[in-house]
Ligand binder design. Sequence first.
Ligand code: FES
Length: 77
Amino acid sequence: MLDEAIAGLPEILKRDMEENLCVCNQVPKIKVIEAIVLGADTREKVCAQTYASDGNGCCKLQIKHLLDHFNAQRKPE
Ligand code: FES
C-alpha cells in the first residue's frame, strides 16, 4: 500500500524518502507519507501523529504538497 502510494507520486515528490522532511523534529518524509496514506488528511493530523511541522513550521509547505496530492486521490470522481 505504501509502495503503491509512493509509486503514484510526481517525480519531484519521490525524492529523499528517507531524509527528514521535518528537520526540526527529525521526521523522515516516508513517515509523513505513511501517516497521510493511513488517513491523516490535514496537516494538523499529520502533526499529531508524527510531530512533523510541530517546530517552527518551516516544513508546512512540503506537507501541504503531499496532502494535496493524496487528498486529490481520495476524492470520488
Ligand atoms: S522542519 Fe518541520 S517544523 Fe521545522
